[in-house]
Design a protein around this ligand. Structure first.
Ligand code: CO
Length: 265
């Protein structure tokens, strides 16, 4: 019998609320697009897996464990869909972890992260609620991306360029650990005389970076720094996974991967 599995791989979070509002709903929407497949979950972050085990006694599979489990249970056809935003280090690791299983399963298909082609940037921008976007000249939105030393960091400035092209002049992308950084964006906001700013995570989950680095009360958080500049700051503590159009796009990426694999045969 041809047993079909769907493995959804997220970086992971140790915040239960962030898991319930950003990861689970994405999993639900992707699985709903593949009713003939048995869905299982894996996290990419070993640190988060270890933390959940220690703190909550909760077991979450690594990619290798999940694929090994599918094999043991007799599955022959596997589709993997990550919930990553950019094809960075996490995606490379997923591909590497899945590689040894190419010869194990009759079919192993891996979907792309949210951003793959240029059209995907547009999908992301359109998925952002209009209510969050700056309507006045002295208002701005800053999207907090994670940022990475990986080449895929180029996605962040690309996204900002496209936001401007699509008419959102006062929409900025700043990253925690990559380029552009917050100081560069802060300077732009001050030069432009921006008075009100919305901060929103450009991450699947509003976890540690969003709650602390972006919205925290400490004086080095993005919110505090902009307030020190005299701006009125609103924080959105919702990850991209809370947006319906984002959820659907991950399902689309998975469908596309299955189609592409079909035509390649
Ligand atoms: Co980080």
């Amino acid at each position: 019998m041809n047993q079909k599995g769907l493995l959804i791989v997220s970086f992971g979070t140790s915040f239960a609320d962030a898991f319930e509002s950003n990861i689970e709903p994405v999993e639900r929407v992707i699985s709903a697009a593949f009713t003939d497949r048995t869905m299982r979950r894996a996290f990419g972050s070993g640190k988060i897996i270890a933390k959940l085990k220690k703190r909550d006694g909760l077991h979450i599979d690594t990619v290798t464990e999940a694929l090994e489990g599918f094999r043991k249970d007799g599955f022959t056809d596997i589709l993997i869909q990550p919930t990553f935003i950019i094809p960075g280090i996490e995606y490379d690791r997923l591909l590497a972890d899945a590689a040894p299983f190419r010869s194990v399963f009759d079919s192993l298909v891996i979907g792309k992260p949210f951003i793959d082609t240029m059209e995907d940037y547009e999908v992301l921008i359109k998925a952002l609620p209009k209510a969050f976007m700056p309507a006045k000249k002295d208002a701005a939105i800053v999207l907090m991306g994670h940022g990475t030393a990986h080449f895929a960091n180029a996605a962040y400035p690309t996204l900002e360029y496209m936001l401007h092209t699509m008419g959102y002049d006062n929409a900025y992308v700043a990253t925690v650990e990559g380029y552009p950084d917050f100081l560069q964006v802060r300077r732009h906001l001050n030069e432009k005389g921006v008075k009100t700013v919305t901060l929103m995570p450009l991450m699947l989950v509003a976890g540690d970076h969003a709650k602390n680095d972006m919205a925290g009360e400490e004086e080095d958080s993005w919110k505090s720094q902009l307030e020190a500049d005299g701006m009125k700051v609103t924080v959105i503590l919702k990850g991209l996974g809370s947006l319906e159009l984002v959820r659907r796009h991950f399902a689309e990426q998975a469908k596309k991967a299955v189609q592409d694999a079909g035509t390649a045969k």
